[in-house]
Design a binder for this molecule. Structure first.
Ligand SMILES: *Cc1c(COP(=O)(O)O)cnc(C)c1O
Length: 393
């Protein structure tokens, strides 16, 4: 059994492309071209060059000595927090902007919730000199003022989505509407392993550089390519997909996916999709999502804006359903405590999303010889106000 996408765009029963007919030409153009273009040596050379010189890759695989001593196991941190713009998201936007250019597109659109994907998109548009329009819910624009300012500084136009709950899903609807109206010159950069096929597979491939590097770095440091555990937080699932990618078929590697339990899985204020989700369609793919009995999408909640998403990508839905990955949900409180703990134990202030992944160390028992890799998906600068309010710093 393969855990990767099949030719029809499915991971087991999940995935596919459930899109309005008007969107078909755009998605089909992408589907027919993405593998061909990304396999071209010139594409790969340009992608690798930008990851190296602009993003700052390879990111270190850091042996966390003090944490390892406390938990009596070998803990390595994959330092995606050191990427330009402060998280893994730029790996994907670099890949997609290069693809957009080769498809002859001149106008880039994106949707954003917390603003992190908007910033990563605005950054690569500035890099390439392309027009950039970012759709963002009106409520999120108010909540995420620093990221809105960043996007504007980078030359992007931030367009408010005024319908519905005025948050991420409404911004996504606006972006899709824009794409339908501008099918020829416009490329839509999606920020996680979600959306209609081929987006989940394409984004996973761009992020897979994370696990490619982990293999090389572990071989050097431990004399073996495979760790015993890989651990990553899951919002839509892109940093996790990148961390797992080259280990999916290696059964000796335990895969752990960490979701946001918010105030508690059964509190009604949660984003733990694997625990609460049912099969449904969101953003054009069939996956697990949180919904009411009559199929309305439930508003998710997490203190970390990046995990505050009502679904997971189809790859993760399949990893859950098949049991290939173990899913654990971590509360706001546990994650916030780890924000302080990682800061004071290793001198690393994590993004609150990433802090969720570390709480697994308190939930599971590891052996002294185990090699445990945790993906530190981003740094905590963007979350400073949340840390200040929570801890009255
Ligand atoms: C956006 C974000 C996430 C969640 O998105 P995924 O697609 O699940 O990776 C996690 N960590 C950080 C730092 C983020 O910015």
């Amino acid at each position: 059994m393969s855990y990767n996408v099949n030719e029809k765009g499915y991971y087991g029963e999940f995935g596919g492309a459930f899109i309005p007919e008007m969107l078909y030409p755009n998605v089909e153009e992408l589907r027919q071209n993405y593998l061909k273009i990304t396999a071209e040596p010139e594409f790969q050379a340009e992608f690798e060059e930008l990851l190296k010189e602009y993003v700052g890759r390879p990111t270190p695989l850091y042996f966390a000595k003090r944490l390892s001593e406390e938990y009596n196991t070998k803990i390595y941190l994959k330092r995606e927090d050191l990427c330009h713009t402060g998280a893994h998201k730029i790996n994907n936007t670099i890949g997609q902007i290069l693809l957009a250019k080769r498809l002859g597109k001149t106008r880039i659109i994106a949707e954003t919730g917390a603003g992190q994907h908007g910033v990563a998109t605005a950054t690569v548009c500035a890099l390439m000199g392309l027009e950039c329009i970012v759709y963002m819910g009106e409520v999120d624009i108010k909540r995420q003022a620093p990221n809105v300012a960043r996007m504007k500084m980078l030359g992007a136009e931030v367009r408010p989505a005024m319908s519905g709950s005025k948050t991420l899903k409404d911004a996504t609807n606006e972006a899709i509407r824009d794409w339908i109206n501008n099918p020829v010159d416009t490329y839509y950069i999606i920020g996680s392993v979600v959306g209609p096929h081929p987006y989940p597979d394409m984004v996973a491939r761009f992020q897979s550089v994370i696990s490619k590097e982990i293999k090389e770095q572990l071989l050097e440091k431990e004399g073996r390519e495979n760790p015993d555990y890989v651990i990553a937080c899951v919002g839509g699932g892109s940093n996790a997909a990148g961390t797992y990618y080259h280990f999916l078929d290696d059964k000796d590697v335990h895969i752990i996916a960490v979701e946001a339990a918010g105030l508690g899985v059964d509190s009604g204020e949660s984003a733990a999709t694997s625990a609460l989700g049912k099969v449904g369609v969101i953003h054009g793919s069939k996956t697990l999502l949180m919904q009411s009995l009559d199929g309305q999408i439930t508003e998710p909640y997490s203190i970390s804006a990046g995990l505050d998403y009502p679904g997971v990508g189809p790859m993760h839905a399949n990893l859950f359903k098949t049991g290939r990955a173990q899913f654990i949900s971590i509360t706001d409180e546990q994650a916030m405590e780890w924000g302080i703990k990682l800061s004071q134990k290793e001198g690393l202030i994590p993004a609150i999303e990433s802090a969720h992944a570390f709480a697994v160390l308190d939930e599971m028992k590891f052996k002294p010889d185990d090699v445990v890799v945790i993906n530190l998906s981003g740094r905590g600068d963007k979350d400073l106000n949340t840390y200040i309010d929570y801890f009255k710093l």
